[in-house]
Design a protein around this ligand. Structure first.
Ligand SMILES: *[C@@H]1O[C@H](CO)[C@@H](O)[C@H](O)[C@H]1NC(C)=O
Length: 219
């Protein structure tokens, strides 16, 4: 009886382990056919005899990238299955994040991946918040690594007034997904009703309108 229980526990643990990440691959390569109209969990494979090195390559994060967002003063360059079709079914991806002086990667979550970052240049104040509402935070310097567990709110802020910063991030999903809290709540289309936001944040409606206006890109 005890043995059966133990076996069931192990099976449960394995099952949870398998389903806590991207689905396992069933062939060597499954280069995404990003143009296919067929929708599956991931992307349809293109004919593997047509797979080439280009499907597994990306040259776009060698240099710091131009920052266009003047409010956040940061830019995320994703290197996921949408950029590297060969990542389809492999369960990993990367990103490069560049921060100007004072730049912020604002509070957000990745619904499908844990993230591990390596600081290339500069200094960053980073943190994540547990479901117990505890902030786990640290100041990182170049060469150091930090982990943000899957699904938890996290951020990175460049504290320097003069120097940029940059990181390389790794994810255990081909397409981690990103949901920024401020943007999701205040710039969703159609809009989240004011009565939801006033009550959730315990603020007046004019403040909701102000936040919305501040986050909406000027035409
Ligand atoms: C894949 O491509 C090869 C070479 O063009 C072709 O011979 C083969 O029939 C294709 N397979 C499928 C399933 O379309």
């Amino acid at each position: 009886m005890a043995e059966i229980k133990a076996i069931l526990m192990v099976l449960l643990a394995i099952t949870i382990g398998v389903f806590a990440n991207d689905a396992d691959m069933l062939q060597d390569v499954c280069v995404a056919d990003l143009t296919s109209a067929t929708l599956v969990n991931g992307f349809v494979c293109k004919n593997s005899t047509l797979a080439s090195a280009e499907d597994f390559f990306f040259g776009g994060i060698a240099q710091p990238l131009p920052i266009t967002n003047k409010i956040l003063n940061s830019i995320v360059t994703n290197v996921n299955v949408e950029k590297v079709p060969g990542l389809n079914t492999l369960g990993v991806s990367m990103a490069r994040i560049d921060y100007g002086p004072g730049g912020l990667n604002p509070p957000h979550i990745h619904p499908r991946a844990t993230e591990i970052i390596f600081v290339l240049t500069g200094q960053l104040n980073v943190g994540f918040i547990t479901t117990k509402n505890v902030l786990i935070s640290k100041t990182l310097n170049a060469g150091e690594v930090f982990v943000f567990p899957r699904g938890l709110v996290h951020f990175q802020k460049n504290p320097s007034k003069s120097y940029p910063a940059s990181v390389i991030a790794g994810f255990n999903s081909q397409l981690p997904g990103t949901q920024q809290f401020a943007a999701s709540l205040f710039t969703a289309k159609p809009p989240v009703p004011n009565e939801v936001l006033t009550q959730a944040f315990n603020i007046d409606s004019y403040l909701v309108d102000n936040i919305r206006a501040g986050l909406t890109p000027k035409a």
